[in-house]
Design a protein. Structure first.
Lengths: 348, 449
């Protein structure tokens, strides 16, 4: 009964609240879940593969699905850092042997990808199945999840190009994950018994031990870092982020002219980060039309703004040639509006 | 004291307010030629009344009754849902530019620099969504409780809001802090204000049903079921593993209420999990399912994200409890002190391991410390407001606060924290925050080792 730690126990006694509400019979509250209801919602997959649906998928099918449903955010090879952090890359054949990604400790890794971190293949299956694609979560069939995961494993050079991933062989793939030995729970930030006594933490022991020294605690103050100049203005006008009365004022970081300039630069930045500038030039065509070409075509149309907003959102094909523009459901409505207004105003 | 003479100088007019509405419109339409003249006029305007007031019998705001003292005010229920004063437009939750590429998987930070006490107004509560937010129809929301295995729970059950709100409820004040709060600052100073350094932090009174009531209603076997999976109803159907120890203690609850009203949609309306002392990602919003299990789940947000990289190359997994931490909110980075003299230095302290026992404040970068006043009630796993007196003599200073919780744990310095965790952990940065004050009164973010 008294599994909890001493502070919690004292707390419970002190308030008595958890004891007072104990009651045997909550009659009429809740009903049994039907087996079909549990099946519909209980989709989680655990590291021991409890909950894994039956099915299979190969690398080639995964490649097609990835191209169609995933690449616009993640890049064809899962390498893109434009929208989310990269999925693939950063591991070596040696990592596959050892189960520890060496780049994590050597500092050679420019950025951690999903496969440099994840130690459990079930995690990736579970997440794709429950939350992907970004704008249509839970739309993938189990076979499609297996195929996409097979493609990712192939990108990571964990499996060959003709590999078929299935519920039968996923446990074998687990043994090849590059960072499968890369996790530790030897820390004090999980409650209960330490790992040696059946828990998963160290029993609650912190890893730092500062002292509440009060006088002459050190000979000198060592400054490790100060706010860089660019960071002082990167968050806009700080004067406008504080009350206009009281003991202090927000520090004025931008003048009105600087604020306007920052807004324009911000929009180009937004266009770049949103992936627009990969296909569109300011003046001329790259894959899609240049922005000045867009203005030329739409300048006399009164509904240009709303039409373009709809096109950016839903994507389109045929107006400028056969290469389609992908839908951009991941962008915020207000950002799309800002971008379209910026394009139509000459994208300065 | 002759302080009336000093008053106008102390109440610095905000420079942005000297333009009339017509002039602002004119600027919008491209006419800026008068701006220079206005600046000159504003300078004169500041100087002239000061002299006039000094020579007159007193403050014009006292000598001449303003309109609100000499006219009829607005009737009741003019605003059926009351809003802040029109003069309070500056304190908003804001994103940090460049932190996330899509708003649906981003963060907005609470404006700690202007908040008082310990309760975060619900409309300013920080946001973190993993796949956007929805305003869920409560009549169609369901909570399912099931077991990873039939032997762990006698019967899987489904509850509606109607039913959950009939059950015995608790109301408790707790802080919620994102595990990545202050994560931008692991390596070096990166952001200017306390909103961006510490604003993934909020504190509310939550109301709901202890999870143990529901689990026991379903006949849980605590001996076997040592872990709980919490799952959201949004597109991401966010999942996290919750320790059964915390559920058994009675502290974890399924909340529908927040600060006297229902949860806000951005905070999980109509149902979220409250896991006191644990990082925000475990407080699953739009909670739709609870599964009890005999093993942890290694979900995406505990196997790819919310894992802490150590210098050894290993990641700490299932790091959940937020250790003791504090920050001075007034004065803080990006603010400027108005004048020399007295200030009430104010801040927040909290610990995921219980109550705050003591907060010390330093004005010399951590060489000497003085104990601050704690404002009560001091509650378990809730924000605690501290205040201390300071007379600024106009010379440079470095302000710090250092929290100690009831376990005796003392908030670490950056030097101590980096020694064990390096600079790439992202999560669980609870280092002592430093604010540097220079002669001009400008306060900025610095890191003292």
């Amino acid at each position: 009964m008294f599994r909890f730690s001493k502070p919690l126990f004292v707390f419970a006694l002190f308030f008595g609240s958890t004891v007072a509400i104990a009651f045997e019979n909550y009659q009429g509250v809740g009903r049994p879940a039907t087996p079909a209801e549990v099946r519909a919602w209980d989709i989680d997959v655990r590291p021991d593969f409890k909950g894994l649906p039956k099915g299979s998928g190969n690398v080639e099918r995964g490649n097609e699905l990835f191209e169609e449903k995933c690449a616009s955010c993640h890049g064809t090879f899962g390498e893109s850092n434009e929208v989310f952090t990269p999925l693939a890359g950063g591991t070596t054949r040696d990592d596959i042997k050892t189960g520890n990604v060496k780049g994590l400790s050597s500092g050679e890794l420019p950025q951690r990808t999903t496969f440099t971190k994840v130690a459990t293949i079930s995690t990736v299956f579970d997440y794709i199945q429950r939350a992907m694609p970004w704008t249509a979560p839970k739309s993938l069939k189990p076979d499609e999840v297996y195929a996409i995961l097979a493609y990712l494993l192939n990108l990571q050079e964990i499996v060959a190009g003709d590999f078929v991933l299935s519920d039968k062989n996923i446990a074998e793939v687990q043994k090849l994950l590059p960072n499968r030995n890369g996790m530790t729970t030897d820390h004090g930030m999980w409650p209960g018994a330490p790992a040696r006594r059946g828990g998963i933490g160290n029993g609650g022991k912190p890893d730092t031990a500062n002292k509440a020294c009060m006088k002459n605690c050190k000979p000198e103050v060592l400054i490790g870092s100060t706010l860089p100049d660019y960071a002082r203005t990167a968050h806009g006008e700080l004067a406008d982020q504080n009350r206009s009365f009281g003991p202090v004022r927000g520090t004025r970081t931008l003048g009105p002219e600087a604020a306007k300039k920052a807004a324009d630069a911000g929009t180009l930045d937004l266009a770049t980060k949103s992936g627009c500038m990969a296909c569109h030039g300011m003046k001329s065509k790259i894959v899609g039309p240049g922005y000045s070409e867009v203005i030329a075509r739409y300048k006399d149309q009164t509904d240009a703004e709303s039409r373009l907003i709809a096109k950016v959102k839903a994507g389109g094909q045929g107006v400028w040639g056969s290469i389609p523009m992908p839908p951009n459901g991941h962008l915020k409505d207000e950002d799309i509006k800002t971008l379209v207004q910026w394009i139509l105003s000459g994208s300065k | 004291m002759g302080d009336i003479v000093k008053q106008p100088g102390r109440l610095r007019s905000a420079p942005e307010n000297f333009l009339s509405e017509e002039q602002v419109k004119a600027v919008g339409s491209g006419r800026r030629d008068f701006l220079r003249k206005s600046f000159l006029a504003a300078g004169a305007a500041l100087a002239a009344p000061m002299a006039a007031r000094a020579a007159s019998a007193g403050d014009i705001n006292i000598l001449e009754n303003p309109a609100w003292t000499t006219s009829l005010g607005l009737p009741v229920a003019t605003n059926p849902y009351g809003m802040p004063s029109k003069y309070e437009s500056q304190l908003l939750r804001r994103e940090s530019p460049g932190l996330a590429r899509v708003g649906g998987a981003s963060v907005s930070f609470a404006p700690l620099q202007g908040l008082f006490g310990i309760i975060t107004p619900s409309g300013l509560h920080f946001e973190r969504h993993h796949q956007g937010w929805h305003d869920i129809d409560p009549s169609r929301h369901r909570l399912m409780v099931n077991g990873s295995d039939d032997s762990l729970l006698k019967k899987a059950k489904v509850y509606t809001l109607d039913e959950l709100m009939r059950l015995p409820s608790v109301s408790r004040i707790h802080f919620i802090e994102c595990g990545a709060n202050t994560g931008l600052e692991w390596g070096n100073v990166a952001v200017p204000t306390v909103q961006y350094t510490h604003g993934m932090l909020s504190c509310s009174e939550f109301t709901g049903v202890p999870l143990k009531v529901l689990l026991e209603d379903c006949g849980v076997d605590y001996k076997k079921a040592r872990y709980v999976l919490a799952e959201g109803a949004d597109g991401s159907s966010m999942t996290r593993t919750i320790p059964m120890e915390m559920v058994e203690s009675g502290e974890v609850f399924v909340a529908y209420g927040q600060n006297g009203e229902m949860l806000r949609p951005e905070n999980g309306y109509p149902l979220r999990l409250v896991v006191p002392g644990v990082q925000g990602v475990s407080w699953v919003k739009w909670l739709r399912r609870i599964e009890v299990g005999d093993k942890p789940y290694a979900t995406k947000d505990e196997a790819v994200h919310y894992i802490d990289l150590l210098p050894s190359g290993l990641h700490r997994q299932y790091s959940s409890i937020q250790e003791a931490k504090s920050v001075i909110t007034t004065p803080s980075g990006g603010q400027t002190l108005l004048d020399k003299g007295f200030y009430n230095v104010s801040g927040l302290a909290w610990s995921g391991r219980g109550r705050i026992k003591q907060v010390d404040v330093s004005f010399d970068g951590g060489i000497n410390w003085q104990t601050a006043r704690l404002e009560g009630p001091i509650q378990n796993k809730a924000l605690t407001r501290f205040n201390t007196n300071w007379v600024w003599d106009g010379s440079p200073a470095i302000l710090q606060s250092r929290a100690m919780d009831e376990t005796g744990f003392v908030q670490p310095t950056y030097g101590q924290l980096r020694k064990v965790r390096g600079t790439k952990s992202i999560y669980h940065n609870n280092a002592i925050q430093s604010w540097k004050v220079i002669e001009s009164g400008e306060v900025s973010n610095v890191q003292v080792l």
